[in-house]
Design a protein around this ligand. Structure first.
Ligand code: NAD
Length: 503
């Protein structure tokens, strides 16, 4: 049996219970369908066959989950940080023990290549470990003294929170939000993306089997405009952590306005990788190709704009085109596959439409630019060259294995082009000139920048975007600041004079 056939067999057997029961909700420790009994189908990106039925929840189901999260909140918030840490470390261990299952089911549901998903499952565990370790100190604050007052700050968990996640690497992304929420003492209602709901159900089951009390993490499946909207409008939910498209972020901000929701948004990107003529070109080309063609290009921090100095433009774009042509497109469970099928025919249609847009706008398709085969959502890794910054292919997030190359003349020109988009999530800079790297990173409009490197995430560092790419930061203590309220208590240090009125 080939490695692919073996993986398919294993993936199908891991997914069998979810397929048999349907991907139901998980509320207060119970697996339940939508109150209405309604379902929708999640499709296999490989052949568009129905993969499983999914609960299509509405406001009634969301309310039930919020009531469970509210009821569980006092006990979980009151659990000592060291105990929360112990439980969350056990969750991390349980994820590690089932990493193969998570990775295979995730690949099946999303079309992401197994070679990347196996790492994503392990990173999910690492997220739990990292945030678990911060739990014991999460409520600590500062002592701020004046001659008359001793001010003492501390933090408390904000209350039940809503977590709304997208379909690209859903397991890893969910843990990124859910782990710090739980570590800080919040309870959670999670609304996974409708295109990839399977591993969210695995996560809550794994967490409860590892000792997470019932009702602390609840999952409600459904469509964004139904279950998602109800969650953002629910008065029992104190904050919404959202990862998804920028325009959905705007909608959520409007929906949450009436109940004054605190929001944390991680949104879209159109991230530049800027290569100067003094760069190590081999490393720069490898990193640029990795950041756009891994994870099917369905990655918020993908390097989707290749900005290359004119003197090396032909050479660099030629080399990237060669890499793109060599990349194996195929079944995501094949260990050799780099690019699997895109998540859903709707998304594939959007990505394919940019090939026509590129032609109309006068860019050149230097690699790819076509669908692969007739079955499933397979798209060839693509490079557009000869683009200018005003084109739609340079401005809009395509969210597929599609790279737009734009030449620049000098530092000022590179900066102008890099910043001339609505987004500001990440930027990648390649130069051996340290002074230039300093000048550029001071002026680039991006929340995260990597110099002479691809995206390497270090959990204590802040993750998030500027402009239309987001509000707020994840990672380190920033995550705790979002899920907790800081309060100040002031004590008199001595009998100071209190103004006497009316005397
Ligand atoms: P999306 O915005 O369509 O959906 C994300 C989630 O929001 C889904 O669960 C969806 O059901 C829900 N939703 C949709 N409408 C809603 C509404 N009105 N109210 C409440 N919830 C609603 O995004 P997507 O297509 O699933 O994901 C791709 C996007 O996510 C890309 O733009 C990508 O850049 C972004 N993303 C950003 C980051 C980051 O860290 N900045 C990470 C991953 C993905």
């Amino acid at each position: 049996m080939s490695a692919l056939d073996e993986n398919i067999e294993k993936a199908m057997s891991y997914a069998a219970p979810l397929r048999a029961s349907g991907v139901l909700n998980h509320i207060d420790g119970e697996t339940v369908g939508a109150a209405s009994g309604r379902v929708f189908e999640t499709l296999s990106p490989m052949d568009l066959a129905p993969l499983a039925e999914v609960a299509r929840s509405g406001p009634e189901d969301v309310d039930r989950a919020v009531q469970a999260a509210k009821a569980a909140f006092p006990a979980w918030a009151g659990t000592p940080g060291a105990e929360r840490r112990r439980i969350l470390i056990r969750v991390a261990e349980a994820i590690e023990a089932r990493a193969e299952e998570i990775a295979l089911v995730e690949s099946l549901d999303t079309g992401q290549a197994l070679r990347f998903m196996s790492k994503a499952a392990v990173r999910g565990a690492a997220n739990f470990r990292y945030f678990a370790d911060q739990a014991p100190g999460a409520e600590d604050g500062q002592a701020l003294r004046t001659p008359t007052q001793m001010n003492v700050t501390s933090r408390r968990p904000i209350g039940p929170v809503g977590v709304i996640t997208p379909w690209n690497t859903p397991f890893m992304l969910s843990t990124w939000k859910i782990a710090p929420a739980l570590a800080s003492g919040c309870t959670v209602v999670h609304k996974p993306a409708e295109f990839s709901p399977m591993t969210a159900k695995l996560l809550v089951e794994i967490a409860e089997s590892a000792g997470l009390p019932k009702g602390v993490l609840n999952v409600v499946n459904g469509l964004g405009e139904e279950a998602g909207k109800a969650l953002t409008e629910h008065p029992g939910i104190k904050a919404i952590a959202f990862v998804g498209e920028s325009r959905t972020g705007s909608m959520i901000m409007a929906q949450g306005a009436a109940t004054l929701k605190r929001v944390h948004f991680e949104l879209g990107g159109k991230n530049p990788v800027i290569i100067f003529e003094d760069a190590d070109l081999e490393r720069a080309v490898d990193a640029a190709a990795f950041m756009i063609y891994s994870l099917n290009g369905e990655r918020c921090t993908s390097s989707s704009r290749l900005l290359v100095q004119e003197s090396i433009y032909e050479e660099v774009t030629g080399r990237v085109a060669e890499v793109a042509e060599r990349i194996k497109v195929g079944h995501p469970l094949d260990p050799d596959t780099v690019v699997g099928p895109l998540i859903h025919p709707e998304h594939e249609k959007k990505v394919l439409s940019y090939f026509e847009t590129a032609r109309k706008e006068g860019a050149t398709i230097a690699a790819g630019g076509e669908k692969v085969g007739s079955e499933g959502c397979y798209v060839r890794p693509t490079l557009f060259t000869g683009a200018t910054i005003d084109m739609a292919i340079s401005q809009e997030e395509i969210f597929g294995p599609v790279l737009t190359a734009i030449p620049f003349s000098d530092e000022e020109d590179a900066l102008r082009i890099a910043n001339d988009v609505p987004y500001g999530l990440a930027a990648y800079l390649w130069t051996r000139d340290l002074d230039r790297a300093m000048r550029m990173t001071d002026a680039l409009e991006a929340g995260m920048m990597w110099v002479n490197s691809e995206n390497i995430r270090h959990l204590p560092t802040p993750f998030g975007g500027v402009k239309s790419s987001g509000i707020g930061r994840d990672g380190g203590d920033w995550s705790f600041d979002f899920y907790m309220e800081t309060v100040n208590v002031s004590f008199p240090r001595q009998g100071h004079r209190i103004p006497k009125l009316g005397g």
